[in-house]
Design a protein around this ligand. Structure first.
Ligand code: SF4
Length: 319
């Protein structure tokens, strides 16, 4: 489908547009943003094996009780078993304790203690809760520009496009400009700064074609005729005109929406009412009351339930 749409655009816009498209293709990242699910933390090792290059301060390493007291002061009974020590610097180490909080499985209380040079006293630097190996942590942060989805924009929001947005090209490179020379001056500096690139057109065409106004929607599948030959279709300008138009039928479900030529609905302009199969044809008077009588058989039509599956379909979906 995407290839077909690009081919349509290429034929219409010519070699210049194709060259612009190839440049835009190089800029497109094409990747799916990460899904927002909880993840397990990378394994974290807490060890009592001290690095050879930094000598562990024996007083700081021995200050397990000082560290535990500090953790209990912050977390109370949520402080569990001792989990080891890490050397941060010559006179700084971090003691770890498991947490007993059920909601923080795999996390640990990390208590950093330090000693001033020449002093025997060990003091507490900080107490923090850190994720250990296998801990459930929040998803990786994703920039808003990658998180945003169609429909997220609300009144008052601003959504700036990137200077190198592959959906846009400078107006002088408009793929449609050479189709209508009368518009050329307008896009050469007098009108819009940027216009839709061929890549942006292909994306939009693919989205529209695969959406509810394309040929695969339930409405289109049950339609008696297609938009392409409907009198209510208003054609688009530019390269999109070969595949899409706007429905202008107030009674159609897709009124004011872009529809593909092979979309359709029951309000097609050429759908005809079959007079022979009209439902209500007469009235009978009975005791001064009016009663509507349904004409269930007609000379040209069928009695209810008498249509055979093998019978050929009549024009515009009537059977
Ligand atoms: S009325 Fe129906 S068939 Fe006609 S253009 Fe609109 S959606 Fe298409």
């Amino acid at each position: 489908m995407r290839r077909r749409l690009r081919d349509v655009g290429s034929k219409i816009s010519g070699a210049l547009a194709a060259a612009r498209y190839e440049a835009a293709e190089l800029l497109a990242d094409g990747g799916e943003p990460p899904t927002e699910t909880l993840q397990e933390n990378e394994p974290v090792s807490v060890t009592t094996d001290l690095p050879a290059e930094v000598a562990a301060d024996p007083l700081c390493v021995a200050a397990v009780d000082v560290a535990r007291a500090a953790a209990v002061e912050v977390a109370g009974s949520a402080v569990g078993d001792y989990a080891g020590v890490e050397v941060d610097d010559a006179l700084v180490v971090t003691h770890s304790f498991a947490t007993t909080e059920k909601a923080y499985r795999g996390w640990r209380w990390a208590v950093t203690v330090a000693r001033a040079e020449g002093s025997d006293g060990v003091t507490v630097d900080e107490v923090v809760l850190l994720p250990g190996g296998g801990a459930l942590v929040s998803p990786e942060w994703v920039p808003w520009s990658e998180r945003i989805r169609p429909g997220d924009l609300t009144p008052g929001d601003l959504l700036p496009t990137k200077p190198d947005d592959p959906r846009l090209v400078p107006a002088y490179a408009d793929p449609d400009a050479f189709d209508d020379w009368s518009d050329l001056h307008w896009e050469l500096g007098l009108g819009r700064v940027r216009v839709l690139s061929l890549d942006g057109r292909a994306d939009a065409a693919e989205r529209w074609y695969d959406g509810d106004q394309g040929p695969s929607s339930p409405l289109a599948k049950s339609a008696p005729a297609r938009c392409g030959d409907c009198g209510f279709l208003v054609p688009l300008a530019g390269s999109m005109r070969s595949l899409f138009g706007v429905c202008a039928n107030v009674y159609a479900p897709d009124d004011a929406k872009v529809v593909s030529f092979d979309h359709g609905c029951g309000a097609h302009s050429e759908v005809v009412a079959d007079a022979a199969s009209a439902t209500w044809t007469g009235m009978a008077v009975e005791h001064d009351e009016l009663e509507l009588v349904e004409n269930v058989t007609t000379p040209e039509g069928h009695s209810p339930g008498t249509v055979d599956d093998a019978d050929p379909a009549e024009p515009f979906g009537h059977s």
